[in-house]
Design a protein around this ligand. Structure first.
Ligand code: FAD
Ligand code: FO1
Length: 449
């Protein structure tokens, strides 16, 4: 991998010994073989030391309220990863149980010369890693294989708006936008193949079954590439016009794949840049895929309370406080929201789209979250409800994009102050009338009733 690809992407989390029998990559956020800089980094160390590569995934029985639909999507994708890795002479192990226990056990069993992990700003993930590497005496690296411009390098502090980060990213983007290197077979192959018992793995998961099968999207890296190809051919050129119309298939539907790391954002950006679509379409899409998405990682990395009111900017905390006791026209409990039992047919339709499809349209997510603020007792309660529902039903939930999108909607994070109004104060308001002026709300309601 060329120097630039790795430049400022890999970080030494802790110095340890560098003797051992293999090099391990603890795969977590980037659940793919191809275009995975963490995997490439591990195999380069392995080749330098003449050692084989062992990749492992620590399957936690529970993860921030994930349901069966999330684990099915993820595990189907991981079965593909196992086949690809073993086909490249690398080992793959699935550890079942709490990672802070199963990871140190594996490390002492296989005695690696180095451990590579992938970057993830979420508190739960950072805690797993911190606790898992505490007792082991191995050099541990963290590689940002999620962001095109590595998160820690793009900015070393909380960015207050997209504009400041956009400048930094746009300056670096051209040098990081390069064809992802192909996966090489390591010189030393992993000997003892231990096929994963996927049946046992699935039964180890304690996730609620929401009683539905999500069939409109196929999990896994191959399906992700097919989806990307279809979007490049049919969707990209009309993206600026269609992306905010929930009655049209104007988005890429890549977020579940990006969330589980089944496709690399660098691969998406690389193919988008080389496509025939108009420059304006490419620019509009890359603004979301690169600037907005990397802004979310920046927010979650630098604001540990990214999922609560305390993480909001000062101006919005003050304004929401001033309007804390405004009379709410409607008040709903989390249960009433979850069952789409509000007075607002448009809001109910969005909730039903999320529950049944596992992916609410991007425009509706803003409206949906803002109405939860408007119809909840307090902003804190609104945050709890929005995050709980988002992580319970969205296939792309439990993601920095989600916590940041909800904080933008309810707390004006990365947004500016607007003329003050009831309940919202200076936080941007969105109305049914506004939606009606943008798209055919009746046909959206019709579709999701
Ligand atoms: P496209 O429009 O095709 O965009 C392509 C990619 O760009 C997306 O996959 C995503 O990675 C990125 N992107 C697009 N819009 C945004 C955005 N506003 N912020 C950050 N990245 C963006 N996204 C999630 O991945 N998981 C979530 O749980 C989530 N929850 C959200 C909750 C709220 C209240 C809001 C306002 C936004 C949320 N988003 C979330 C961001 C955005 O709505 C989704 O990423 C997008 O709708 C995913 O569909 P797509 O891949 O078809 O999007
Ligand atoms: N990552 C893991 O390393 N192990 C898991 O068992 C795991 C479960 C899981 C379930 C649902 C979900 O949405 C994500 C899950 N993740 C898991 C994390 C995921 O890979 C991403 O790293 C983060 O959610 C995004 O930052």
């Amino acid at each position: 991998m060329s120097a630039i690809d790795l430049a400022n992407r890999a970080l030494v989390l802790r110095k340890g010994g560098d003797e051992g029998e293999c090099v391990c990559y603890w795969m977590s956020r980037e659940q793919r073989c191809e275009d995975n800089q963490a995997l490439t980094f591990a195999s380069e160390i392995a080749d330098r030391l003449g050692l084989p590569v062992l990749v492992f995934f620590a399957l936690a029985p529970k993860f921030i309220g994930a349901a069966r639909r999330h684990y099915d999507f993820m595990l189907d994708g991981l079965t593909e990863v196992e086949r690809e890795l073993t086909g490249k002479g690398m080992g793959f192990r699935l550890l079942v149980g709490e990672p802070e226990k199963t990871v140190p056990d594996l490390i002492s069993e296989v005695n690696p010369a180095a451990l590579v992990t992938d970057f993830d700003p979420l508190r739960a993930k950072q805690a797993w890693k911190e606790r898992a590497i505490r007792e082991i005496d191995v050099t541990v690296y963290e590689v940002d294989a999620h962001n095109i411009v590595p998160c820690r390098f793009a900015s070393n502090k909380r960015e207050w708006g997209a504009a400041t980060l956009r400048r930094k990213i746009n300056a670096l983007f051209p040098s990081y936008l390069r064809r992802p290197p192909p996966i090489k077979m390591p010189k030393a192959t992993w000997k003892e193949a231990q096929p994963v018992d996927w049946k046992k793995a699935r039964s180890s998961v304690q996730a609620e079954d929401l009683g539905d099968l999500i069939t409109w999207i196929e999990p896994g890296g191959k399906a992700a590439k097919k989806r990307l190809k279809a979007f490049l051919t049919h969707g990209l050129s009309g993206y600026p016009e269609r992306r905010n119309d929930p009655t049209r298939e104007g988005q890429s539907d890549l977020s579940p794949y990006l969330h589980f790391g089944q496709i690399s954002a660098l691969r998406v950006a690389w193919e988008v840049t080389r496509s025939e679509a108009p420059e304006t379409s490419k620019k509009a899409f890359l603004e979301e895929l690169v600037v907005r998405r990397e802004l979310s990682d920046n927010f979650c990395l630098h604001v540990p309370d990214y999922d609560s009111v305390s993480g909001f900017p000062e101006w919005s905390k003050v304004t929401l406080d001033q309007h804390r006791y405004d009379e709410r026209d409607y008040i709903y409990t989390a249960r009433e929201f979850e069952e789409a039992r509000t007075h607002d047919r448009l809001w109910n339709a969005a909730q039903r789209e999320m529950v049944s499809r596992g992916k609410m349209h991007g425009y509706m997510r803003m409206y949906w979250a803002k109405k939860i603020l408007e119809w909840s007792e307090t902003p804190e309660e609104a945050m709890r409800t929005a995050i709980m529902l988002n992580d319970r039903y969205e296939l792309d939930g439990r993601d920095p994009n989600g916590y940041t999108g909800i904080a933008w909607s309810i707390g004006g994070v990365h947004d500016r102050a607007w003329p003050s109004r009831k309940v919202f104060g200076k936080v941007r308001f969105m109305s049914y009338g506004g939606a009606k002026s943008k798209f055919d709300v009746e046909s959206y309601i019709e579709r999701w009733s």
